[in-house]
Write a protein that binds this ligand. Structure first.
Ligand code: PLP
Length: 852
């Protein structure tokens, strides 16, 4: 009775050579209809709109799965080395449109749907964004996966399947309101649950030494409260190459459905509560970008991710090669996306020693030659430190291993620099304060064979500043990998009009070799080409204006679209942008409007819910926008719009329609930026500081096609000692007037005169913006907003002047796209592979003849 069905399953797996699924419109149409009517059991009512999308996703998914199997089989049979990308965040956005593009199904799908009176683009917008990330770091991970699949590299992404992703932002009376993002509510057609690969994760308990019977002392981690990790796999298609890689996301699951003792004692709710506690681990993404709060649940998430992922890799290894790890380091690399997965280091040591009986030296050799670390920030508040006590009670065995790593490391330091105890204290993994803390970045550097920054300046500042002691010790470990973005999503898909013009002009090779965009440069001198380029920008702007009109904002497509969208953070200096907006407003009121260029300023981004200053900046932007947009003296000369709920899908509409890209962080603070690259690719011109990848953008496009302003990183450091914002304000009439408008309450008080419900709604206590005013006037303002005001305003004057000459502007725009080739993640990933991973390209087996 029991054996028979198992035999049947074995027989099923031996089924051979199913024909490949059709990708013609007839096959697609019939599969679509079958999924909608039979699998989903729908009938085509208006209320069933969501299922129109779902049936389409399933139709595409079948085509992904056959390529997925072909890819897995090719990797498994070749025994190739693999890389494991460990990241707490993946900001994927929507999958359907991307899969349709990468599988080259767009035309046939559109035709298939047309037969049913449906539009492909409309159905794609029914998909909720997978918002499992905060911003740049999570989006980078998503772009990396796209490039790895496109380059046919055996790279698997590991992450967490948060039940709730990044919160939805709405704006109420100018204030940010957060709503939970229940993105899985309607089900997720892109994931496949794989309980057969579940793993057991330990928490709590204690360690004990036991004799293993042959005279060896072994360490056991006992009395733990375990949680199950269940993987959900998401297919990651390469661009038209038959490869589909894997993103494996872990969900926490309670081990016992309920505590039988409690259940029998009639404590049913208590028993279920325990189950909930375990499953809380992957309930929600922490919405802090570039700051850490030391919450225990966050540490649990981090360990849960790395323990599940490493056990998965080791189980697979043992399954294929037995408990022989001599070749493990040759065949595996682990890339840590920031310090969040740094527990992978002690966890790999633990598994190799405690589970597979390796000696410390053997385990360390494997660990320190497989782990590589990417740093993403120079902000001290973003450097992760975990209290020793917290790690000790949650992960006692892990803490022991961290201490042992530190002891051995400090002995090496003492050998290299005898008698330099200061250096030992500086470099210790343990920060010996009142509350002892583990410095995760130091642990990551010590155990990694590669440490990289994400832009040239950022890497240099790491070597010379934050990690100076370490780069003196191990100069060869440090290297730069300038970030990129995938040109599939960020040009081919989001800007079909421009993509099509580019393809008709230089062929389609640019999609996988972005350096070919260089060939567009000669067309910058072609008047007809410029006109077409301009028409496309106008059409894209119209599309964005349609979004604005839902919010009651109107502007002309001939106004300059001046855009700053990114997380709201003081270092990104949305405030500098606001000061400029107020300055423009002041000029209009004063009648200083000769040769005026109408502007539409768009700002968007989420503030971390606990970051009061960032939330206040959002309120200020909205108040300034309301006053300006309702002032009859302003009219079309200036429009200001705060775009709510900025995310991947919003960016896909915004970046094709921007004229001006605002990249105005305090120099030395933005590690790289990637928004800057998306805008450049889509023909926006950057106004920016010499920060992060802006420097490399300017190098590529040359100074005359970039609006540079502001202090350099070095000048920022030097100016700090004698920074006097009040003197700067006193010496600058424009700035004085701007400050006066802010400080007089122009943007927060009831306007005398006729009752206006809109303006009345933004009326607030006259002191509400005082924290902002104080920070601007504070000589210790770390972001030095006032220092760069004059230089920024002058650069904005040059922007307006350039824009007035539309032929000149269009030329600059074309040259920006033409020079953006470097910023493809294909280039970035090739560099990771050449310098760090050293993987071979492994083509997938063809779908013809894959046994399903
Ligand atoms: C690209 C991107 C970012 C990063 O933007 P920066 O300007 O580099 O900070 C953040 N969020 C989303 C949704 C993005 O697409």
């Amino acid at each position: 009775m029991v054996a028979e069905p198992i035999d049947n399953i074995m027989g099923l797996s031996k089924l051979t050579k199913l024909p490949a699924l059709g990708i013609d419109k007839e096959s697609l149409a019939s599969d679509y209809k079958r999924y909608f009517s039979y699998f989903l059991g729908r009938e085509g009512r208006e209320s069933e709109k969501h299922y129109l999308y779902f049936a389409l996703a399933l139709t595409i998914r079948d085509r992904l799965i056959e390529r997925w199997k072909g890819t897995k089989r090719a990797y498994d049979e070749s025994g190739c080395p693999r890389s494991h990308y460990l990241s707490m965040e993946y900001l994927l956005g929507r999958c359907l449109g991307n899969a349709a593009l990468n599988l080259n199904l767009e035309n046939e799908l559109a035709a298939a749907l047309q037969a049913y009176g449906l539009k492909l683009e409309e159905l794609t917008t029914l998909e909720p964004d997978a918002g499992l990330g905060n911003g740049g770091l999570g989006r980078l991970a998503a772009c990396f996966l796209d490039s790895c699949a496109t380059l046919q590299l055996p790279v698997i992404g590991y992450g967490l399947r948060y039940e709730y992703g990044m919160f939805r932002q709405t704006i109420n009376n100018g204030y940010q309101v957060e709503e939970p993002d229940n993105w899985l509510r309607e089900g997720n057609p892109w994931e496949i649950k794989r309980p057969e690969y579940k793993q057991r994760i330990k928490f709590g308990g204690r360690t004990e030494y036991v004799d293993d019977g042959s005279g060896n002392w072994r360490i056991r981690w006992v009395d733990t409260k375990d949680v199950l990790a269940v993987p959900y796999d998401i297919p990651i298609p390469g661009y038209r190459n038959g490869t589909v890689n894997t993103l494996r996301l872990w969900k926490a699951k309670a081990i016992h459905v309920f505590d039988l003792g409690k259940f029998n004692a009639g404590e049913y709710p208590e028993a279920v509560a325990e189950e909930n506690a375990a499953e809380n681990i992957t309930m929600v993404l922490y919405p802090n970008d570039a700051t850490e709060h030391g919450k225990e649940t966050r540490l649990r998430q981090q360990y849960f991710l790395v323990s599940a992922s490493l056990q998965d890799v080791l189980h697979d290894w043992v399954h294929r090669y037995g408990e022989n790890f001599t070749k493990f380091a040759e065949k595996n690399r682990f890339q840590l996306n920031d310090t969040h997965p740094t527990c992978a280091i002690p966890e790999l040591m633990r598994l190799l020693m405690d589970v597979y009986n390796l000696k410390w030296e053997e385990a360390w050799k494997i660990t320190s030659s497989t782990v590589a670390y990417t740093n993403h920030t120079l902000l001290p508040e973003a450097l992760e430190r975990w209290p020793v006590n917290m790690i000790g009670s949650l992960l006692p065995r892990i803490l022991e291993i961290i201490y042992e790593i530190n002891t051995r490391f400090l002995a090496e330091v003492a050998q290299r620099w005898p008698h330099d105890t200061d250096r030992q204290i500086r470099m210790s993994i343990i920060q010996e304060d009142e509350i002892k803390q583990v410095r995760m970045a130091y642990l990551a550097i010590i155990a990694s064979f590669s440490v990289n920054g994400v832009a040239a300046l950022h890497t240099r500042l790491l070597e010379q500043g934050l990690f100076r002691d370490f780069s003196e010790f191990w100069p060869h470990k440090f290297n730069n990998k300038t970030n990129g973005v995938t040109p599939r999503r960020w040009l081919a898909k989001c800007n079909p009009r421009l993509a099509s013009l580019i393809t008709t002009t230089i062929g389609e090779g640019w999609v996988t070799d972005l350096s070919q965009l260089r060939r567009l440069a000669s067309y910058a001198d072609d008047k007809k080409f410029r006109a077409r380029w301009r028409d496309i920008k106008q059409a894209n702007k119209k599309q964005l204006l349609a979004v604005f009109s839902h919010h009651g904002i109107q502007a002309g497509t001939d106004s300059l679209f001046d855009v700053q969208v990114k997380r709201i953070h003081e270092y990104k200096r949305q405030l500098l942008n606001v000061l400029h907006i107020i300055h423009l407003y002041d000029r209009i009121i004063r009648g200083d409007i000769a040769n005026w260029v109408p502007r539409c300023v768009v700002i968007g981004g989420k503030a971390a819910p606990g970051y009061q200053m960032a939330k206040l900046i959002i309120k200020l932007i909205n108040n300034v926008a309301t006053v300006i947009n309702h002032d009859p003296k302003v009219g079309d000369a200036l429009k200001v719009f705060f775009l709510p709920n900025y995310g991947v899908s919003a960016m896909e509409i915004i970046c094709p329609s921007a004229d001006l890209s605002e990249q105005i962080s305090t120099a030395g603070k933005e590690a790289s930026g990637t928004g800057n690259m998306k805008f450049m690719m889509n023909g926006a011109i950057t106004i920016g500081t010499l920060d992060g990848a802006n420097i490399e953008i300017r190098e590529e496009v040359s100074d005359e096609n970039f609006f540079l302003f502001g202090l350099t990183a070095k000048e920022v450091q030097e100016t700090r000692h004698h920074y006097d914002p009040n003197a700067i304000i006193a010496g600058d009439e424009d700035l004085q007037r701007v400050m006066h408008l802010l400080e007089s309450g122009h943007f927060n008080q009831f306007q005398p005169g006729a009752f206006n419900p809109v303006l009345d709604s933004i009326r607030v206590d006259s002191r509400i913006f005082n924290p902002i005013i104080d920070s601007l006037r504070n000589p210790r303002d770390p972001w030095m907003v006032i220092a760069d005001f004059r230089s920024y305003v002058n650069a904005q004057r040059r922007v307006a002047e350039a824009y007035r000459d539309q032929e000149r502007w269009t030329r600059m725009s074309i040259l920006n796209t033409a020079a953006s080739g470097k910023f493809s993640t294909d280039r970035t990933i090739k560099e990771y592979n050449t310098d760090i991973w050293r993987l071979d390209q492994v083509p997938a087996y063809s779908t013809e003849g894959i046994s399903m």
